[in-house]
Design a protein around this ligand. Sequence first.
Ligand SMILES: O=P(O)(O)OC[C@H]1O[C@H](O[C@H]2O[C@H](CO)[C@@H](O)[C@H](O)[C@H]2O)[C@H](O)[C@@H](O)[C@@H]1O
Length: 315
Amino acid sequence: MQNRLTIKDIARLSGVGKSTVSRVLNNESGVSQRTRERVEAVMNQHDFSPSRSARAMRGQSDKVVAIIMSRLDSLSENLAVQTMLPAFYEQGYDPIMMESQFSAEKVTEHLGMLRRRNIDGVVLFGFTGISDAMLTPWRDTLVMLARDAKGIASVCYDDEGAITLLMQALFDKGHRHISYLGVPHSDVTTGKRRHNAYLTFCKQHKLHPVAALPGLAMKQGYDAVASVTHSETTALVCATDTLALGASKYLQEQRNDTLQLASVGNTPLMKFLHPEIVTVDPGYGEAGRQAAHQLIEQINGRAQPQQLVIPAALT
Ligand SMILES: O=P(O)(O)OC[C@H]1O[C@H](O[C@H]2O[C@H](CO)[C@@H](O)[C@H](O)[C@H]2O)[C@H](O)[C@@H](O)[C@@H]1O
């Protein structure tokens, strides 16, 4: 049944114009929710997706992949995207960028639209809340970054390893009062796994843990430093570079230049502004390269889904 109908047919059956159908297909604004649902229902009913040849005739690429970031302004995700793009271009794929804002509903909407547009494949920056059911239909043509899921290709970071490397480096330098600034456990990777690795290290080395888990935002790092630093604290481990940037601003304002900061990220911004901060590189660039490679191989039937973990490295 697929592709027998044209956009004109869908427009006629939905009682709208061709441009409205096109807006629905492209997820553009200017269409009421009711109309959008009616057009989508007709498309679903007829298993409609615009044909690749139609796209090619309109001068659009016949090889298209989507990259669904969680936040377009994320330093870490941008580092991964920066290595992904050349890999796709080299193989003739046109990438389109989308954003989820950590909303599972948004991901569902995006995936639905991408399915209707007959897209070749998807790189999805995963997060807590993405269910297996959402991903199963994409088993062959989706690679998830930063999270894994059963049967789905993924490229993850070594969250525990990254924190352990930082803690060991600080411990070896003689620090015995190391506090921690992180992310709530509702975020399983950056939150729970990194914090648990901190707690485990403290337990194994008989250190007293002092931690706050404010969130991912720079301002949250800035606001939380006071609650985890005391007169005896000599070092502060931050779960992300962004938190460390917030913390460093606070420490600068307090004229505190003795506390040793450490963070997971090794982003160019951090290295430029604060070369003195001890960082661990989780391998964002490598993850982007591997994700693009894996997706291209799967699209072309040369690889099965596999789950990769990029090792972290002290810089
Ligand atoms: O401040 P950022 O540069 O954005 O880095 C913070 C962390 O971002 C990433 O984790 C977050 O997004 C992931 C999807 O990309 C999601 O799975 C995770 O739950 C979020 O915490 C990145 O994976 C981390 O390494 C960064 O530290």
